[in-house]
Design a protein around this ligand. Sequence first.
Ligand code: FDA
Length: 325
Amino acid sequence: MVSWFSKSIVAMTIRMPRWFVGWVSRRYVAGSTIQDAVKIMHRLSKEGACFTVDVLGEEITTLDEAQYFLDEYVAVLSAITENGLDANLSIKPTAFGLLIDEKKGMENIETLVRMANEHDMFVRLDMEDHRVTTPTIQAVVDLHAMGLTNVGTVLQGRLFRTLEDIMQLEQSLGPAADYRICKGIYLEPEEISFSAYQDIVDSTNACIDQMLASGAYCAIASHDIPVIEYAKSALTARGMGPDKADPRSNAGEKRDAKGPGYEFQMLLGVRGPMRRKLAKEGHRTRVYIPYGEKWYEYSIRRLQENPTIGTQVAKAFLMPWTNRP
Ligand code: FDA
């Protein structure tokens, strides 16, 4: 249940002038240009972090808009290599046209993944709402079938289907499957997803177990202590951890720029102390760096999609010690 407090914060924020929304989101968005993102990555590299870069914006209405994202991601790829940054790409399949024209959208994604592959760079297909769960997973399977194994997707613990998806992917990709597991930002219909906090945590943790058991690479994307602690104990139980080669006999080959079978991921501006602590313990930690001209639309949509963010934003400002960048 979303509290009245959180709903009020969201309702208030989306009515505020653009500069105010910009001020609130400054902490979570790197800026409007790739140069802004590069500056932040240089700074956070000193904290032992690596990165995944997201060009803000998602569902589009024309295929011309998809071209903007393709061009911008090509610029990101160049900026990462030119600056010698330890970073990869996160893309929203709908921004490449997947919901307008599945064939053309897939061609756009393939173009980028192929280019990234030439630079040994990984591309993560972010997971959007339930309308694109199946096409996004299928895109990854099809790209692997083309020999493009530098791609993986995100699965959402809140969806009932996720354990089944992991089993299916284990069959089609084996240990080459490379996941990011998160709770899921989209509030989905109750027929297909959990809505209570503990159910979502339990389901996310069960997914982590199943991903690890399958031999896949597992990026744990959460700021929530019960999920992080669970993941750490699941890793320990398998003999996995910092500075240890991945001991799983069913694991895939160690991939470039990846941790020993797993890594932790967090969003820019959220729970920096916890990320730094994980890095200090030797875990590979990756920060999700969103930037782009569409920061305003992104911030408003995120607030509307999931009003629980209202409490987190308010907490970050009123009690900054709970969430230092
Ligand atoms: P929870 O929401 O319980 O947060 C735990 C604590 O972390 C909060 O109490 C608060 O202190 C802090 N916190 C979390 N989010 C915050 C915020 N935005 N601002 C301030 N404080 C915050 N989802 C999706 O559907 N598809 C995707 O592809 C991705 N990709 C992705 C990548 C990465 C790197 C991360 C970290 C997350 C995602 N997500 C996502 C979002 C994810 O599904 C989820 O909505 C958020 O991470 C919040 O869930 P937590 O597990 O952090 O727990």
